[in-house]
Design a protein around this ligand. Sequence first.
Ligand SMILES: NC(=O)c1ccc[n+]([C@@H]2O[C@H](COP(=O)([O-])OP(=O)(O)OC[C@H]3O[C@@H](n4cnc5c(N)ncnc54)[C@H](O)[C@@H]3O)[C@@H](O)[C@H]2O)c1
Length: 464
Amino acid sequence: MERRSFVKYTAAAGASLMLHPFSAFATGNGTKIRLALAGTGVRGIGFWGNALLKAFKDQCEFTGLMDINPGRLAYAKQFMNVTCPTFTNVDEMLRSVKADYIIVTTTDSAHDEIIIKSLKAGFDVITEKPMTTDEIKCRNILQAEKESGKKVTVAFNYRHSVHAMQLKELLAAERVGKITSVDFNWYLNVHHGADYFRRWHGRMDKGGSLWVHKATHHFDLLNWWLNSEPLEVMAYGSLEHYGRNNSFRGTRCRGCEHREKCKFFWDMTGNKHLMNLYAENEQYDGYNRDGCVWANDIDIFDKMSAQILYANGVQVNYSLTTYSPYEGWQIAFNGMKGRMETWEDIPYLQKTPEDQAKRHAIEMSNADDAIPGEYREIIAWDNFAKNYEVYTTPKIRGGHGGGDIRMQRRMFIDKNDNPHHIMAGTRDGAMSILIGIAARKSIREKRPVKITELTDLVPLAKRW
Ligand SMILES: NC(=O)c1ccc[n+]([C@@H]2O[C@H](COP(=O)([O-])OP(=O)(O)OC[C@H]3O[C@@H](n4cnc5c(N)ncnc54)[C@H](O)[C@@H]3O)[C@@H](O)[C@H]2O)c1
């Protein structure tokens, strides 16, 4: 039996960059978009700094850089090769900078302060995910945006990946009928997963736990794919691998007495960029980029699962694992007429095995080239059908599946290119973090939590 019939790629909007080299956008009309960056860490100066300047140097320029760590700020200016003024105080920057957008790339729990102050000072804002880390800060951002008349864009880059867009198109076309339930599992490996526990992300007060810091991406994708908003969340989670769950611990990997026996020993000294960015500037804030994954004050969850009920009746089963041998995800949409499923980077389902230690660095890179001969596959199987169909999309090597560069292009160049309402605002930012915040509350209070308990937003059955 011929079990598979291949269907060609349909997501024209998502693929368009591959038809045009970057230089096609580098035409410029003399007026550059002015950007001021708050938070000059690895994401700020890499993706929002150098990568953006490389792709869109004729359209964008930096007019200010700000960070509370003066050493990191000085390195950022040098690394980005810019001449704009730098600030260690946000109020000072907002008083003097001329900018079309303030870009917020600080640690997650500091986003709200910068967003709100920027709105009040009359600036539009682009913020990294998660929009913020708790419901009070979320309410304050929503209120400030309303009062200011300015706009916050939330940078949900995963939406813009070619694969995510293909899935969105198939769901919007109801390829397997009305969706009724979803199974969604995300696996972080012992390299990238562990890295969250080395950094500020391991502290609830900095990143709101991976329910918010990481899963905001996944919940936003769900909300967008389903075109609906969450009603209620029941969750479980615990910390039983990292943190206090080990017989020995140090402070940081550099110089650690346990390095020989610790499987999670990570040597950052060979990475010049990370040494310049973090190690050289520890004197200012005491932050260890290579902190111990066994630290006693790690207080986030390392395994998480939730059931989410949507306003349109869809039920979702979601899980996030942080110590898997491989990194990847899989999702299945059960519809009234059939089932659609897809995955990324499950080693035994793809041609070329990933180097698990290097996988995250590749994802964070700015490469946008398709890997020859490799495809993402989406399986659509109609009920009662003997065969299933396979929709294929190119597999993009880096930049979050091609999402990073496509998102920036839509933000700064093709402002009218907004297929399926792909550009996200504060409502989207809120609805994605509120699932994670509700999950935390559900674990704490051992009960299902309604989204309406958290803010005044009333979940919509149909978003658009
Ligand atoms: N969308 C994505 O795929 C993606 C990927 C990586 C990071 N991020 C997000 O980018 C943001 C930055 O992450 P990162 O990995 O660069 O972290 P990082 O630790 O490298 O950088 C954070 C920076 O914020 C600075 N900072 C902290 N509080 C501040 C304040 N009040 N004002 C100004 N600066 C302040 C720190 O000194 C540091 O330089 C986070 O919100 C993270 O969630 C998003």
